[in-house]
Design a protein around this ligand. Structure first.
Ligand SMILES: Nc1ncnc2c1ncn2[C@@H]1O[C@H](COP(=O)(O)OP(=O)(O)OP(=O)(O)O)[C@@H](O)[C@H]1O
Length: 190
């Protein structure tokens, strides 16, 4: 592989990032990978340290925060979760794969402060109504969570369409054409 630059995929919730990535991983099962996150939650049966998560203590986690090791971190349900710069680098250095980061606008802004130098790709919906229809059609949202996601999507769209923020915008209208566009961009930049 000529280069193992990470690839950031971002875009509003429901725009089709997971759908497109699923196709990419299916077509290239050995080429791409996700980074392993850190967490303070207890491992579940069968979970492997270093593979499913890096399981650490709260003190360890706080030390990593203090040392500015995280691209982003958050607390859910009393546990900490985060992605370190090193975990992203490990995908290339240890697994010999290209790291895919599926993150939101805040994550993109954080990545830009690191020296990871990824390719930034924005997945845009054809329009706002289609985005609403996809989120509704997915069947995962309540009225409340749908409203929150749509409100957040306006800021994501503004940021995504601001020149200079992304190297490539893929409009996910027809899935096969959008996938071809995404794949061609990624493959030609590897
Ligand atoms: N090109 C497309 N045409 C029609 N439907 C699509 C298309 N792409 C994705 N979808 C559908 O839209 C819904 C949202 O897609 P998906 O879950 O991949 O979005 P996402 O960007 O990963 O969302 P989130 O950020 O919330 O995880 C899914 O039900 C998916 O099947």
């Amino acid at each position: 592989m000529a280069s193992a630059r990470p690839i950031v995929i971002s875009g509003p919730s429901g725009t089709g990032k997971s759908t497109l990535l699923k196709k990419l991983f299916a077509e290239y099962p050995d080429k791409f990978g996700f980074s392993v996150s850190h967490t303070t939650r207890q491992p579940r049966a069968g979970e492997v340290n270093g593979k499913d998560y890096h399981f650490v203590t709260v003190d360890n986690f706080k030390g990593l925060i203090d040392d500015a090791k995280f691209i982003e971190w958050a607390q859910f349900g009393g546990n900490y979760y985060g992605t370190t710069v090193q975990a992203v680098q490990d995908v290339a250095e240890k697994d010999n794969k290209v790291c895919i980061l599926d993150i939101d606008m805040q994550g993109v802004k954080s990545v830009k402060k690191t020296d990871l130098d990824p390719l930034f790709l924005f997945v845009a919906p054809p329009d706002r109504e289609t985005l609403r229809a996809r989120l509704t059609g997915r069947g995962t949202e309540t009225d409340d969570s749908l409203a929150k996601r749509l409100a957040h999507s306006d800021a994501e769209l503004d940021y995504g369409h601001t020149p200079g923020n992304y190297h490539k915008i893929v409009v996910n209208d027809d899935l096969d054409s959008a996938y071809k566009d995404l794949k061609d961009f990624i493959i030609s930049n590897l």
